[in-house]
Design a protein around this ligand. Structure first.
Ligand code: FAD
Length: 475
């Protein structure tokens, strides 16, 4: 077996996995003059492009357009006969997946990265064995980068066969199903769960979210969880928090799926739906790679790395979801760049995982970065907090999307921005401003003094910065 361009031989770097971690690392490695190969067992682009970030945002966009039609009257437009075709929306997602994955193939070619199709494992730190459709081949390399990502975690006690791709699905199967369920139970109230709840509810499905912890999006600021809960309830989404799933029964062919749940107080009940979507988190793909026998330090499945993304075994690097830092595409890519630079002998920028933006594309959007007020308290950091609502903002009113807020957490003494927490219109686009501010160790004054264009949603960021000292102008 040879690579896509017919080459074999000695590489500076072989990357296992072509998700946003692996393929970006490959591009950077080539830019730095490293002879690079990438191995992929499925489609190029990883979870992110094939069934994660991109298709989910495409489907959310269809849901958003549908919502706009449903609320056209609010904008002075009478629309009749609106018909939503969920299957056509799924087809659109698949067209986008196809285009994006082909784009990664093009990027690899353009950057002279050899692509090997098959499943890889390590024979030694310098030897990667690839089992592909055409047989088995050993590739020699100076360095290896593990970028194998993660897979959806099953509910404890469930067998993998229960995920039949029809009645019980994960985010991987969504893109094969053209029928929209009449009712759906979503297990997990984190970012994936609330994004799919947004989609299904917009299409008119009866949606129930079951979350074990006391609130939706439990890693976010508490006020964000309560605002999302209020907005979801207004839209008719049924929310069961502090509720544990005891077991799931697929049911017979034409029967609904039954989910037995137990609330915190011990009350048990069985709920039913046409479909169940699992969204409780991710398990790292660190098995069957030959890492244990090479002595690579793995804790609870996650590969342990240093600041340069190197494992305890010289020449073996790991990036992305499999490292268990933050399961986000842009974090995987940033790690990939650092690792490629370290392998090329550069002194890379040290990543600060606390300064990574985290976005949830539910309606309303959620975006955050850095520490919450509660986390600062726990760490004994004295803070001052500023909050400003979207409601008085002219652009938000014009858009008809005026619920939500921006909250800024600043260091009490110097005003340095330590965190930002937002829920509301387009906040996933606004969080980049906080990313830059925090990377530059900026303060609330710098944020407030930077003139923000009018009318834009970004004005709310400056108002929140002013609110830290009670000096907001439009409240
Ligand atoms: P992956 O993207 O998981 O890619 C790993 C690749 O390695 C896969 O293609 C796999 O086939 C391959 N592989 C594994 N083992 C082997 C082997 N032995 N040999 C060869 N190939 C192998 N993140 C965001 O930042 N923003 C979002 O909006 C977002 N939305 C999401 C929505 C959903 C529904 C899901 C499921 C995830 C979402 N994520 C989002 C998370 C994001 O997809 C992941 O964090 C990201 O894909 C991780 O990138 P990675 O490079 O570590 O691995």
């Amino acid at each position: 077996m040879t690579s896509s361009n017919g080459q074999t031989g000695q590489y500076d770097l072989v990357i296992i996995g072509s998700g946003p971690g692996g393929y970006i690392a490959a591009v950077r490695a080539n830019q730095l003059g490293l002879k690079t190969a990438i191995v992929e067992r499925e489609s190029l682009g990883g979870v992110c492009l094939n069934w994660g970030c991109i298709p989910s945002k495409a489907l959310l966009r269809s849901a958003e357009v549908l919502s706009l039609f449903q609320h056209a009257k609010d904008f002075g437009i009478t629309v009749s006969g609106v018909q939503a075709d969920y299957g056509a929306a799924i087809e659109r997602c698949n067209t986008i997946i196809d285009r994006q994955t082909k784009g990664v193939g093009f990027l690899m070619k353009k950057n002279k990265v050899d692509v090997y199709r098959g499943t890889a494992r390590l024979e030694s730190p310098q030897q990667v064995v690839v089992e592909g459709p055409d047989g088995t081949q050993t590739i020699s390399t100076r360095n290896v980068m593990i970028a194998t990502g993660s897979r959806v975690r099953l509910v404890p006690g469930m067998s993998p066969e229960q995920v039949d791709g029809k009645k019980i699905i994960t985010s991987k199967e969504v893109w094969q199903l053209r029928d929209q369920p009449k009712s759906v139970i979503i297990i997990g109230g984190g970012p994936i769960g609330v994004e799919f709840a947004t989609v299904y509810r917009s299409y008119g499905s009866e949606v129930t979210i079951v979350e074990m912890l006391p609130r939706l999006v439990p890693l976010e600021d508490e006020e964000i969880s309560s605002t999302l809960t209020r907005e979801f309830k207004k839209r008719g989404i049924n929310i069961m928090t502090s509720t544990k799933v005891l077991n799931i029964n697929n049911g017979a062919e034409n029967e609904p799926v039954s989910v037995q749940v137990e609330a915190n107080g011990g009350q048990k009940q069985t709920i039913q739906a046409e479909r169940v979507l699992l969204g409780i988190g991710f398990a790292p793909n660190s098995e069957n790679l030959g890492l244990e026998k090479l002595g690579v330090n793995i804790q609870r499945g996650f590969i342990q790395i240093d600041d340069n993304m190197q494992t305890n075994v010289p020449g073996i690097y790991a990036i992305g979801d499999v490292t268990g830092k933050l399961a986000l595409a842009h974090v995987a890519s940033a790690q990939g760049v650092v690792a490629a630079e370290a392998i090329a002998g550069h002194k890379p920028y040290r990543l600060d995982y606390n300064k990574m933006p985290r976005c949830t594309y539910s309606h309303p959007n959620i975006a955050s970065i850095g520490l919450t007020e509660a986390q600062c308290k726990e760490q004994g950091i004295e803070v001052k907090v500023g909050k400003f609502l979207f409601n008085p903002n002219g652009k938000a009113q014009a858009m008809g999307e005026a619920s939500g807020f921006v909250k800024i957490v600043t260091d009490a003494k110097y005003g340095q921005v330590l965190g930002a927490h937002m829920i509301g219109p387009e906040v996933v686009e606004l969080i980049g401003e906080f990313s830059v501010t925090m990377t530059m160790e900026g303060t609330k004054e710098e944020l407030a003094l930077s003139v923000h264009p009018h009318p834009t949603l970004s004005e709310v960021l400056a108002e929140a910065a002013l609110a830290v000292d009670g000096e907001s102008l439009n409240a």
